[in-house]
Design a protein around this ligand. Structure first.
Ligand SMILES: [Cu+2]
Length: 356
């Protein structure tokens, strides 16, 4: 196919060169008359086929579009996305229709002379000012929404940390007692000893922190502040249904706050799909296991979320040896998380299992 096209193009070029060298008398009628008609019509047909293709591919892809956003800011950003899309589509169709129509209207015809029309100030002003106003309108309305999304989270927001690593997401919750995440330091990361987050146990806020790497729970209708970080390379937190996307950068914490207002259960009813589940994906190619960085996201009703939180076991309870890192004056407070009823139970079950 490509070779055939090359041969045709070379042939055409040779004809044109002959024309330029003044040997064109008998070529003129054939190539510059009939040929021009066909070129002009061909271009316009190409445009019509393209329009059909564009409309078809858009309609065909609609079934794969994301459902309506499940977050408040998400519906606002979607609205402006579609406003921009509509403006661009109108401009695209008008400009290209003219572009492909002009070769027909102004094609060569015997005896027809071209007009010399080098400049028109009025036209220049119109096609500079109108797009400038429309573009500025789009940019500023987008910026207004962006500033809202990036503003500080409300005081009462649920703070949750999500950390990207090769390859998976580690989620840390501030616990039920203080709603504050404990400090961390990358130098404290110790996979072998279970401190994958590098939590600093000299900070009492860390005592009740609990973690999860298999799924993430968030409450419905309450602001959630995601504190985002990465342990090794660049990752990117993407919650498509929430329209949340933010890079996770090693050494440079980022954040994103939002309000999810449709629970997983709501979405199951809305989509009619009993298996519907929200998800988090990594959208930064971060290595060979990038594809596997999928995390289930569960949006619970507030009461269910609070109940779920109470069932979770703090990291300190799961790894009592971390008590060694706790300064002596804070040990009494830390011990509370080790000598709990649940922990006694866990130890008993573990003993039973080993006995078997
Ligand atoms: Cu990643």
């Amino acid at each position: 196919m490509f070779l055939a096209l090359t041969v045709i193009v070379i042939g055409k070029t040779q004809d044109l060169l002959k024309g330029a060298q003044g040997k064109s008398e008998e070529l003129e009628d054939h190539h510059l008359d009939g040929g021009n008609d066909w070129n002009a019509i061909g271009l316009f047909v190409f445009w019509i086929i393209s329009v059909v293709g564009i409309v078809w591919s858009f309609l065909d892809a609609r079934k794969d579009f994301l459902p309506e956003a499940s977050s408040i800011h998400g519906r606002e950003t979607d609205f402006w996305f579609w406003v921009s899309m509509s403006v661009l589509m109108v401009a695209f169709f008008v400009v290209n229709t003219l572009l492909f129509y002009f070769p027909i209207k102004y094609r060569y015809r015997k005896g027809k002379k071209a007009t010399f029309y080098p400049h028109n100030n009025k036209l220049e002003v119109i096609w500079t000012v109108i797009p400038a106003i429309v573009m500025a309108g789009l940019v500023f309305s987008g910026l207004r929404v962006w500033n809202k999304v990036m503003a500080d989270a409300p005081e009462d927001a649920e703070v949750i940390e999500i950390m990207g690593k090769q390859f998976g997401w580690e989620v840390r919750y501030p616990g039920v007692d203080d709603n504050k995440l404990g400090d961390y330091d990358y130098r404290l990361i110790d996979d072998a000893k279970g401190n994958i987050h590098g939590i600093d146990f000299t900070d009492p806020n860390s005592f009740d922190d609990f973690t999860n790497s298999s799924e993430m729970h968030i409450p419905k209708g309450k602001p959630v502040l995601l504190k985002i970080r990465a342990r090794d390379v660049l990752h990117s937190v993407f919650m498509p249904h929430m329209r949340v996307k933010m890079d996770a950068v090693p050494g440079m914490p980022t954040k994103f706050w939002f309000v999810a207002d449709k629970s997983t259960e709501d979405m199951r009813l809305e989509t009619g799909n009993p298996d519907f589940t929200y998800e988090i994906a990594c959208t930064e190619i971060c290595g060979r296991g990038h594809f596997s960085m999928r995390l289930r996201l569960i949006v619970d009703e507030l009461e269910d979320y609070e109940a779920w939180k109470k069932e979770q076991i703090p990291l300190l309870s799961l790894n009592p040896e971390f008590i060694e890192k706790v300064p002596a004056n804070l040990r009494a407070r830390a011990l509370k998380y080790i000598e709990t009823d649940e922990m006694v139970e866990v130890v008993e079950v573990a003993e039973e299992l080993t006995a078997e």
